[in-house]
Design a protein around this ligand. Structure first.
Ligand code: NAD
Length: 479
């Protein structure tokens, strides 16, 4: 039994969650303690008590701890990547890449602990000086989704600790393994008891406790739009700070002048890799008339060559869907698209077993052509290996279609025209824009986030993360 970490102690829960391998549902990865609301409260109490001392800890102390955590994560990339692929279903190279990203994030924010910044400037009044500094905000509640089980926790935990906050971390129910492994590393890192707490449990129990306890100064949430709206309502009601990273319906525009190989590679990568379970996945391909048929034929050819198999097997391109409920959502959307007039050109086949007979949640990547902007398949997030295609007359039409969405996380364009690339970067209504690159796959040292229904509040990652994890103080002195 893997336990919760509360006030420096490993505690049993009040229930158990079974962590199942989606590549082979006979494989039980482990049993993880489920906390109740009272245990979540204990964690909040511990974090509240630890905050005064931790917020005044030295930058050197915070650097040393975060740097050591990053070093250990990087050293254990193969083992932690294997666990991640086993519980979430992305392929082993993708999982190891995610672990490396998590290690690098800890190292980046270790450095940020040493660079707190600030301003000293004269007042408009004679003889008065002004200092502008940043301070920790207090206890932060971190609530994360299942699709990046170690990187998303890392990009919330590392900046929170770097700037002197205390943490209560609630991971997603489906992927407690990576969260627990990260907590175990943090538990040996030299952090004082209570500074970091792991509370595994249900969103409606542990998550809601975090949202509603007045001692939790801020909530950083990544997950679905529906849950994000609940987080926002609860935080506004008690005026807590919050940030939300939510879904996407990310467009990739392919223009007549695109390099075909670049466009096809980017579309297949960001549409289907990681089983399409990325908030930045390209789920809408917007293709101009002159290249449409050639592009689709090349995408289909590439899709046919993809190997759908156990996430940890060498040579697998696409692992399974994460669980039965996500699988049925993916299948339902394929049906909805067809009933709206879309044409299932390739894939979308549910495989109950892989080639070795392992029972798992396998789905061949699906490409749906002849869709239009108003269809549900182009307005709602599927969160699986399901990509739709919209025809566009020209660049202006493609740009308008790409922005015709309630979301605004990432957007891409494949073109060899500097004019169109430059115009698209300026006029795309997305937080992240990619030229001749997949819409998914971003760096760890620069801001991450979106617009419209995809995000709310300050950006995550890079130095911009300070906006959320610190509060500004303006101090005046008359000498
Ligand atoms: P989800 O909203 O179901 O769950 C997210 C987290 O919220 C989980 O830890 C869950 O237990 C918790 N939760 C659920 N109900 C709660 C409640 N009432 N109060 C407090 N917490 C509660 O999302 P998911 O299915 O785990 O993740 C998939 C979603 O995440 C997709 O929509 C995807 O686009 C999004 N996502 C966004 C980003 C981004 O940065 N924009 C990154 C990854 C995933």
């Amino acid at each position: 039994m893997f336990k919760n970490l509360i006030n420096g102690e490993w505690l049993d829960g009040h229930g158990v969650s079974r962590n199942i391998n989606p590549s082979d549902t006979r494989d039980l990865i482990g049993e993880y303690a489920q906390a109740d609301a009272a245990q979540a409260e204990l964690a909040i109490t511990a974090a509240t008590a630890a905050f005064p001392a931790w917020s005044l800890s030295t930058p050197q102390q915070r650097f040393d701890i975060l740097d050591a955590v990053g070093t250990e994560i990087l050293a254990r990339r193969a083992e932690l990547g294997d666990l991640l692929a086993r519980e979430e279903g992305k392929t082993l190279p993708e999982a190891i890449g995610e672990v490396v990203r998590a290690g690098n994030i800890f190292k980046f924010f270790a450095g940020e602990a040493l660079r707190p910044g600030g301003e000293s400037l004269p007042s408009v009044r004679p003889g008065v000086g002004v200092e502008v500094t940043r301070e920790a905000i207090g206890v932060v509640g971190l609530i994360t989704p299942w699709n990046f089980p170690i990187a998303i926790p890392a990009w919330k935990i590392a900046p929170a600790l770097a700037w002197g906050n205390c943490v209560v971390f609630k991971p997603a129910d489906l992927v407690p393994g990576s969260a627990w492994a990260l907590a175990e590393i943090l538990s040996r890192s030299g952090l004082p008891a209570g500074v970091f707490n792991l509370v595994m449990g249900r969103g409606s129990v542990v998550g809601e406790k975090l949202l509603n306890d007045p001692r939790v100064a801020a909530i950083s949430f990544t997950g679905s739009v529906g849950t994000g709206q609940k987080v926002a309502a609860a935080c506004v009601a008690r005026m807590a700070k919050f940030q939300l990273e939510m879904g996407g319906k990310n467009p990739m525009v392919v223009l007549d002048d695109a390099d075909l190989g670049v466009a096809v590679g980017a579309a297949v990568n960001s549409g289907f890799f990681s089983t399409g379970q990325r908030c930045t996945a390209s789920s809408r391909l917007i293709v101009t008339e002159g290249i449409h048929d050639r592009f689709i034929a090349a995408v289909v050819e590439k899709m046919k060559a993809l190997k759908i198999d156990d996430a940890r097997k060498a040579g697998t391109d696409i692992g399974p869907v994460v669980d039965a409920s996500q699988l049925s959502q993916d299948q339902a959307y394929i049906g909805i698209a067809q009933s709206e007039g879309g044409r299932l050109l390739q894939g979308g086949e549910h495989l109950e077993h892989n080639v070795d007979g392992q029972p798992g949640f396998y789905l061949t990547p699906a490409l749906i052509t002849d869709t239009t902007a108003e269809m549900r398949i182009n307005r709602e997030e599927v969160f699986g290996p399901v990509v739709s295609v919209i025809r566009a007359r020209d660049y202006e039409h493609a740009l308008a279609l790409s922005n015709d969405t309630p979301f605004g996380l990432s957007a891409g364009i494949a073109t060899t025209s500097l004019k169109h690339a430059t115009h698209f970067k300026r006029h795309s209504q997305a937080g992240m824009v990619m030229v001749n690159l997949p819409t998914a796959g971003v760096d760890y040292h620069v801001p991450f986030g979106g617009r419209k229904g995809s995000s709310y509040g300050p950006r995550e990652q890079g130095r911009h993360a300070a906006e959320f994890y610190t509060t500004v103080k303006t101090a005046y002195t008359q000498a």
